[in-house]
Design a binder for this molecule. Structure first.
Ligand code: GAL
Length: 666
């Protein structure tokens, strides 16, 4: 599949003209305003099922015909949605099985969205049927750019159909052998050996919820059910419009589905980006967002992604929905492009007149005209993006990677022990990522089963679970000259959450790191243990591993508690590479000091030839370098070489970036 689907950065967003069917004259006004806002695309039909199929088997596409024609006439692309995210009332009334059953065993009533059973044959058939009609009608339409499948797939269903499907899934995975399952789930514990597949059901608060292997199996099953639901949705689209790419909009670091497993089924990854720009630390918000961009970019091995939604002003679902400072939405747009997005899209184009989301930010608000601050700022973003055709399809080559694995995040959440509070797997990964991001070093955020051979540095924070040959991949990576960093919890369990025997970390990794982890001390919030490293003292928090070296060099020591003198930072030469172990949860100061020497040893260079002031972040993608000021003040940047300003064509040796300003350099 190609890297580029359109020659320009897509600028547009969710467009729900179906909500305005009673005042259709507004549609022409929408087109006029879209032209003014430099909008080149609209995502249509996401929640339109009750209009297109008002009664079972009765279809009315006349409204969508008109919209598709209008978009085509105005030279705009349509990202056309399948409507499975929300169903019409008649469907649930006639076929109650399409509604979700909660963990309590009680079936939901009709309402909200995302309230469907993933297994229900009726729902799958109805979805396939309407999708077929959409593909028949619009699959070759000149305006059609892409299929947008459903909306933010999420949740799970515990109905009898799903329980049956779960058991069938387990039978397949465990070779129809209950003994195998009993062993892998360690069911001798609390006398849980199953003798009949029907004794197994989904994890529930009032049922089984203390078997981590069951919880892992259920999440894996739910992921596979989503994938097969998705494949069912796209079957008619693939058949009738084989050249039109498909995507589905994903949600940040949502862990209900393994996004890393879903990604290969999509032609292009897209996600909905709603950073909290009103949080006190803008740079932290920017880092969280950058991390997620890089996680999605890495899901398709660096291929550009779409930012399918963002808000041009506010959201309506936080407890308090403050306005982001002017300039920040534009900076967020540039940040997305810098990290690999080929689109800047909003939720939504025109604010709904009623309903739950009427006070959500939109490009066109209830006033309805173009002379608003938000409209003008959005139009300015659109005009700017029109000058960025050179960005489209560009890639970023990263020599550094942080392993941040969805299944590992589940396993880290599920085990009982050490510290039960304050586990923040993604946060721990982000801490390490941040040190590289601030230094302008491009970094991939990858699942554990990724080929590591292209990287020089791999950081594996809290890599508790190892699966699918990860142990060997990490060992060969180091042996072949890579630099590997691990932290507490490293290599404790296999994919079933069974502990490795014979000492941690698993198997060969003890040789790779030249040590064995014997015990782990957990610290309450606020307590730290001093660590001496490179003649300075740092604070170890949360977890401290007591290591028994068998060849590893001690680079830093604990200086407190009964394990003072015990190694806190080690390095071990293995093959042509080095494996470092940081035996505690470090703070940013330690990570900065520790990585600085490693980075310079590896010859890593910042993406930009400049010493970046605090709060200024650079990212190179393709031929362009984006320098972004996340400070709420003017910030001067001096460069070591002369760049060309991509927008003005003028030479640049220094730049005074206004608050939340940026410059794009070639
Ligand atoms: C997204 C969703 C949209 C809209 C938006 C509001 O998560 O896909 O349909 O609800 O949130 O922020």
């Amino acid at each position: 599949m190609k890297d580029k689907y359109y020659d320009h950065i897509i600028h547009g967003g969710d467009y729900n003209p179906d909500q305005w069917i009673d005042t259709k004259e507004i549609w022409d006004e929408d087109m006029r305003l879209m032209d003014l806002a430099h909008v080149n695309s609209a995502t249509v039909g996401i929640f339109s099922w009750s209009l297109t199929e008002p009664e079972e088997g009765v279809y009315d596409f006349s409204w969508l015909d008109e919209i598709m024609e209008k978009l085509a006439a105005h030279g705009k692309k349509a990202i056309l949605a399948t409507p499975s995210g929300a169903r019409p009332p008649w469907l649930a009334q006639k076929y109650p099985e399409v509604l979700r059953v909660e963990e309590t065993g009680i079936r939901n009533e009709y309402g909200v969205r995302h309230n469907h059973c993933l297994t229900s044959p009726v729902y799958r058939e109805k979805v396939r049927e309407i999708n077929r009609r959409l593909a028949e009608r619009y699959g070759k339409h000149p305006a059609l750019l892409m299929w947008h499948i459903s909306n933010e797939y999420s949740g799970e269903c515990h109905c009898e159909l799903c329980q049956k499907a779960f058991r069938a899934w387990l039978r397949e995975r465990y070779h129809n052998d209950l003994n195998e399952l009993n062993f892998k789930w360690w069911n001798g514990f609390w006398s849980h050996r199953f003798t009949d597949w029907d004794q197994i059901s989904s994890p529930k608060g009032r049922g089984e919820n203390h078997v981590p292997a069951l919880k892992l199996a259920w999440r894996r099953f739910v992921t596979d059910q989503h994938i097969s639901f998705f494949e069912n949705e796209i079957a008619p689209l693939r058949e009738l419009s084989p050249d039109v790419p498909v995507t589905t909009n994903l949600m940040r670091l949502y862990t209900g589905i393994d996004y890393q497993k879903l990604a290969p089924h999509l032609d292009i990854v897209s996600w909905d980006n709603y950073p909290d720009w009103t949080a006190p630390d803008t740079l932290d918000t920017a880092c969280e967002t950058a991390f997620v961009h890089d996680a999605f970019r890495s899901m398709k091995h660096g291929k550009p992604f779409y930012m399918m939604e963002s808000t041009p002003s506010v959201v309506n679902w936080r407890p308090v929905n403050g306005l982001p400072a002017p300039g920040l939405p534009e900076l967020a747009a540039i940040q997305a492009v810098a990290h690999g997005a080929d689109s800047v899209q909003y939720f939504q184009w025109r604010a709904s007149r009623g309903g739950h989301e009427k006070f959500h930010g939109a490009v066109v608000d209830h006033y309805g005209k173009e002379d608003t601050r938000v409209f003008k700022e959005t139009a300015a973003v659109g005009a700017m993006l029109e000058k960025l055709d050179a960005a489209v399809g560009g890639r970023t080559e990263a020599k550094a990677a942080v392993i941040c694995d969805w299944e590992n995040s589940w396993a880290v959440d599920f085990y009982c022990g050490y510290r039960r509070d304050g586990r923040d797997y993604f946060g721990a990964c982000r801490k390490w990522y941040r040190a590289l991001w601030e230094r302008g070093i491009p970094t991939d955020v990858i699942p554990m089963d990724r080929d590591l051979s292209g990287y020089d540095l791999v950081i594996a924070p809290y890599l508790y679970m190892l699966k699918n040959g990860t142990e060997d991949r990490l060992a060969s990576f180091t042996e072949n000259g890579g630099t590997l960093i691990a932290t507490p919890l490293f290599g404790l369990v296999d994919e079933y959450d069974l502990c490795y025997l014979g000492g941690f970390p698993a198997g060969r990794l003890k040789e790779v790191f030249g040590l064995r982890r014997e015990e782990t001390d957990a610290l309450p919030d606020g307590e730290t243990v001093p660590v001496e490293f490179s003649k300075k003292t740092y604070a170890a928090a949360k977890l401290c591993d007591i290591l028994i070296p068998s060849g590893a060099k001690t680079l830093g020591k604990f200086r407190g508690k009964f394990y003072a003198e015990s190694p806190a930072v080690t390095g071990n030469a293995y093959g042509r590479g080095t494996a470092y172990y940081v035996a505690f949860e470090p703070d940013a100061d330690f990570i900065g000091a520790f990585l600085t020497s490693i980075i310079s040893g590896l010859g890593f260079q910042s993406d930009v030839k400049a010493t970046l002031p605090a709060g200024v972040i650079a990212r190179k993608r393709g031929d362009l370098t984006y320098v972004m000021n996340f400070n709420n003040k003017n910030t001067q940047v001096f460069f070591y070489k002369t760049y060309t300003n991509e927008f003005t064509g003028k030479p640049v040796l220094s730049a005074l970036l206004p608050p939340y300003g940026y410059v794009v350099l070639r």
